[in-house]
Ligand binder design. Sequence first.
Ligand code: PBG
Length: 329
Amino acid sequence: MFPLRRNRRLRANEAIRGLVRETIITPNDFLVPLFVVEGKGIKEEIASMPNYFRYSLDLLENEVKELWKLGLKSVLLFVKVPDNLKDNKGKEALNPNGLMQRAIKTVKNACPDMLVMTDVALDPYSIYGHDGIIENGVIANDNTADFLAEMSISHAKAGANFVAPSDMMDGRILTIREALEDEGFIDTGIMSYSAKYASAFYGPFRDALDSAPVDLENIPKDKKTYQMDFANRHEALRETEMDIDEGADIVMVKPGMAYLDILREIKNEFDAPVAVYQVSGEYAMIKAAAEKGWLNHDQIMLETTTAFKRAGADIIASYFAKDIVKLIS
Ligand code: PBG
């Protein structure tokens, strides 16, 4: 008999394809990154991220209500810090009345059940655009980890449900976990950027927050001494294992599309929930090609986000979250 099996029977029409479809994305899969700025009445488009915006707190409120109505129940907050508040040590990050702390409260007031995750990293606050304190021309690991723990406490005090350290210092998860426990924040979770690669896909994000590493003598020009070499795979497993051992509740792979192999491997290897971050450059690339008419925007959005879930992601952080949920509902 030829052929032995006719697999095309299961692809013959949309009904049968629907019945045998293995991976379905839903609003519950998505984490929405949000960019916040000082001011009033501000909704400004990020030049390299078409149709993505920075919001002042008053308009952030409307945005999160809209997300909630769409079934999007988790946000990841980032702040754009005014230049005059930046320094080497990120002092402003600990201001109880700082932009992040007010943003957390704004979201919680607008939508009390919205899960609030916060970016814990120094770069938006650093005059050098680095995720660590610079001492003698190098990124100081342990002092930075201590600082990130203080920052996490400050976010927890303001009402954050999860802190999300995106810096890649060694040992910071343990330092943060211990600090949270000591201060009584036993229910505040940690989503660790565990396998975060030194990637050229972060360009538009650094535009959004004005957080790119500066070009100055004696200052590292890139983040390669802390973010991972994109050529490496074992290292991602090692990083993830350490973060879980140190107390991470959720681990992450970042960027997304170019790292699906890493995502699958981490999902197979560990039992912690795994997040993936479809980063700014991935978003920009798709937007640009779609604008030119070279790719079908909605189909690519559906294909890429479904691919993350198929590859093992439990959580997908994506700038497409709102659009994809509108598309699938
Ligand atoms: C920095 C941080 C970056 C992103 C999230 N947190 C950029 C970087 O490491 O330089 C990138 C997210 C994106 O590109 O969408 N702590």
